[in-house]
Design a protein around this ligand. Structure first.
Ligand SMILES: [Zn+2]
Length: 391
């Protein structure tokens, strides 16, 4: 009997490799069919590694913001290496199954330091196969991009070296694709939703321009860099994930309606299982319409300052009148300042510190959230949440 029980336990373990996350142990390796979304915490800005079901890799942002203490989060694991090198080392560890590790798509939501400042450093340590941004090759929307000279030189050098540099084309679902075995995962899609105010209509690959023609605006009223953020929706079976960069959705009363980018985006994205908060949950983001339309079960907050999230945003997130049902919120590194302003309500966070891994089981029916220790390169599991069921 005891032998039978032992065999049964071994059988269960063999059948559930992706569920064998153990607190205190390193994260088990990615396996084919699984979708991993890693929000990497360097304390310096945004970066997320997407390990797609066939092993295709995408890095969404590589930030290295220049934060002034005491607003900023501490560098993680520590200050001994630049953020870009930590990101590349994290990626290499997670791609240890791959004999020729590379980033298939390096994707920059927009041109701010906390999203792109570490991109050249990452490329020094792991090769890119494609680079996707909102400006290539002219970098002239809404006006000539001053301050982008170093990045443009980098993008041009990448292009000369054979990297496929391209501008995101809103509406399309055939630009960011599985590169290894797409036929095996026909229920996988990345739909480009928005860039530079051009937003998918929800029909075919059609788009419309949400911003007025630039010629009709004064330079002071041009769309901001955040408004121009690129956005996509990733779908794997029933599982959907939204990423919208730093797009705003809460405008000043005197500002034109088109300064709200979230509302027209939310109209076409629809319900998702999980999302990264727009603009780190800054007070100008995450409006009630977006929350009601997307109604995620899981939120990721990449934090680097004490208004991530804004107090109003936090209370909207947790408000079950906006949409019913449970929602779990995970932050990469909550600051004491946020706790002082928001108060004990912030203790509802499922996790306040660490790398956040969404691990979606093969087929996209269920997923877990796994928080990893970010104080060293141990990749140890701190907590496991779920499984959640995709709807
Ligand atoms: Zn940002």
């Amino acid at each position: 009997m005891r032998i039978l029980l032992g065999l049964g336990a071994i059988w269960v373990l063999l059948c559930l490799p992706a569920l064998a996350q153990t607190v205190g142990q390193p994260l088990p390796a990615w396996t084919p069919g699984t979708l991993d979304i890693h929000q990497i915490n360097t304390g310096k800005g945004n970066s997320a590694l997407f390990l797609l079901p066939d092993g295709t890799t995408m890095l969404v942002d590589a930030g290295d913001g220049n934060h002034e203490p005491p607003r900023g989060t501490a560098p993680k694991p520590d200050a001994s290496r630049p953020a870009g090198e930590w990101i590349a080392r994290y990626v290499r560890h997670m791609l240890r199954h791959d004999a020729t590790p590379a980033i298939d798509y390096a994707y920059l939501t927009h041109f701010h330091s906390d999203h792109m400042g570490a991109i050249t450093e990452v490329a020094r340590h792991i090769p890119f196969r494609a680079l996707v941004d909102r400006g290539w090759p002219s970098y002239d929307y809404p006006a000539a991009q001053k301050g982008l000279a170093a990045y443009r030189a980098f993008a041009e050098a990448q292009s000369k070296a054979g990297v496929k540099v391209q501008r995101l084309v809103p509406g399309r679902n055939d630009q960011l694709v599985l590169k290894r075995a797409p036929a095996q995962y026909q229920n996988f899609e990345i739909r480009n939703i928005a860039a530079n105010g051009e937003i998918w209509t929800g029909a075919g690959t059609n788009t419309r321009q949400h911003f007025p023609p630039i010629a009709t605006l004064q330079p002071a009223d041009y769309p901001s860099e955040n408004m121009c953020s690129m956005a996509f929706r990733l779908s794997y079976g029933k599982f959907d994930f939204f990423s919208g960069g730093d797009m705003p959705g809460v405008r000043n009363e005197w500002a034109p309606i088109w300064n709200d980018v979230e509302t027209p985006v939310a109209q076409v994205v629809g319900p998702v299982e999980a999302m990264i908060l727009n603009h780190h949950g800054n007070r100008d983001s995450t409006n009630a319409f977006l929350l009601a339309a997307l109604r995620p079960q899981v939120f990721l907050i990449p934090v680097w300052t004490s208004n991530h999230p804004g107090e109003d945003v936090w209370h909207r997130l947790m408000n079950t009148r906006i949409y019913p049902g449970p929602r779990d919120v995970f932050a990469t590194g909550m600051l004491e300042g946020n706790r002082l302003v928001i108060g004990p309500s912030l203790d509802q966070l499922k996790s306040a510190q660490g790398h956040i891994v969404l691990r979606v089981a093969a087929g996209g029916e269920t997923f877990q959230v796994i928080v990893l220790d970010d104080s060293a390169e141990s990749f140890r599991v701190r907590s496991v949440h779920g499984p959640y069921t995709a709807r």
